[in-house]
Design a protein around this ligand. Structure first.
Ligand code: GDP
Ligand code: MN
Length: 378
């Protein structure tokens, strides 16, 4: 789960990270009032679940409340990486002397937390990793042991900080890590961490990603969920309790079981195409889940063919067939469908589907190849 910058800053602030004073606004008038209260100059910042807002024109400096109103007017309604801006954060502007990057990620490969830092802040870390990987500092933290003072010193000194700034920067790294660990975050990032001309240290941007599986015990964080920022198909899948993840390709996949779903995606790639999604309808899926799943796949215009791959263990193939036939009647299929079924009641299922005009397969590679052929040249 992602949250907005203003929410991230509230979380950071609770853990002792210092942030600029600010207020959220949803209209230009509110932005004017906020700027007047805070005292101009202010920065007006688009609140969307996307990075690179600065480059996209979503961060504007305003010297007066009137300018803040005009900035909010320009930013509200703007589209950044496909998302419409509905909220702005109005913050007291700071005079930047230096910008650095600090972040924490959950590193699956190392089974540990990794602190990432760089003396070059402001730009995206992915870009820095490409252009100047030697400028990135890393410390691996064993989660059960926690972040050790010597590791923080490596970071602080590695970025070149000396007295008197080393102490506040040390505290920032320690507090960022505490916020990360306490909230079941998978990523926490301050970019830029700003050192002002007056010598203050402030988190001028904040970003968090959280592990969805931790949200049952993170009630306060879960309340930050903004369904308006979520993809409509992914939101519907969450509501229908389907494991669905959107991808970039054009073959919609409906599969039962996460392992078979992964194997299906691999096979599509093997035959030279890309899956449009990962979708596991679950082990005991019945007709209704099948219909729900197909309706989510069909929402996506870039899907050129649908590949249904079912292994009937606990799942009954005839119930899946029932769902497919119901989906055809209620939703209509305007794109080709390739169906491979094997296992419990597969003979009944095939007969049902064939009678409805759907060819069926029992061999997985053959079916996957057919699905890929269907999308060739479209
Ligand atoms: P992002 O582009 O989505 O990462 O948005 P940021 O919040 O990081 O803002 C982009 C850039 O705007 C920062 O790197 C800063 O250089 C600049 N910026 C943000 N807040 C202030 C501020 O209060 N004063 C000044 N002068 N610049 C700011
Ligand atoms: Mn940033």
């Amino acid at each position: 789960m992602k949250i907005h910058e203003y929410q991230a800053k509230r979380v950071l602030s609770e853990y002792g990270v210092t942030i600029p004073q600010g207020e959220v606004a949803v209209t230009p008038e509110e932005a004017y009032a906020a700027a007047a209260r805070l005292g101009a100059p202010v920065v007006v910042k688009a609140q969307v679940h996307a990075g690179g807002r600065g480059k996209a024109g979503g961060v504007k400096l305003a010297r007066t409340p009137e300018e803040a109103k005009a900035a909010a007017m320009a930013i509200l309604g703007m589209t950044i990486k496909g998302r419409t801006v509905r909220i702005v954060l109005v913050e007291k502007a700071v005079e930047i002397a230096r910008e650095v990057y600090i972040g924490v990620i959950f590193d699956r490969a190392k089974k540990a937390h990794t602190i990432i830092a760089s003396a070059e802040g402001g730009i995206e870390i992915e870009e820095l990793a490409r252009t100047a990987p030697d400028k990135i500092l890393k410390e691996t933290v064993e989660p059960t042991v926690g972040l050790q003072p010597y590791q923080i010193r490596n970071i602080v000194w590695g970025m070149g900080f000396t007295a008197p700034l080393d102490r506040p920067i040390f505290a920032m790294v320690a507090n960022l890590y505490r916020a990360f660990a306490a909230t079941d975050a998978s990523l926490a990032e301050i970019n830029p961490l700003v050192i002002t001309k007056g010598g203050e240290v402030l988190a001028c941007d904040g970003k968090f990603n959280f592990d969805d599986n931790g949200m049952f015990r993170q009630k306060k964080i879960a309340e930050f969920r903004d369904p308006g920022e979520e993809d409509p198909a992914e939101r519907e899948a969450v509501d229908k309790k389907l494991n669905f993840i959107k991808l970039d390709g054009n073959i919609g996949c409906m599969v039962n079981g996460a392992g078979l779903a992964m194997a299906t995606m691999d096979m599509i790639k093997h035959f030279g195409a890309e899956p449009a999604n990962f979708l596991d309808i679950g082990g005991g899926a019945k007709a209704q889940q099948v219909k729900d799943a197909l309706s989510i796949i069909l929402r996506e215009p870039k899907v050129k063919a649908i590949f249904i791959n079912i292994f009937g263990g606990i799942v009954r193939c005839d119930l899946v067939a029932e769902g497919i036939i119901a989906a055809k009647k209620d939703l209509g299929f305007d794109r080709p469908v390739v169906i491979r079924l094997i296992g419990t009641n597969d003979a009944i299922a095939r007969k049902m589907l064939n009678e409805e005009g759907f060819p069926t397969y029992d061999n997985m590679p053959e079916a996957a190849r057919k699905a890929v052929e269907m999308t060739a040249g479209v």
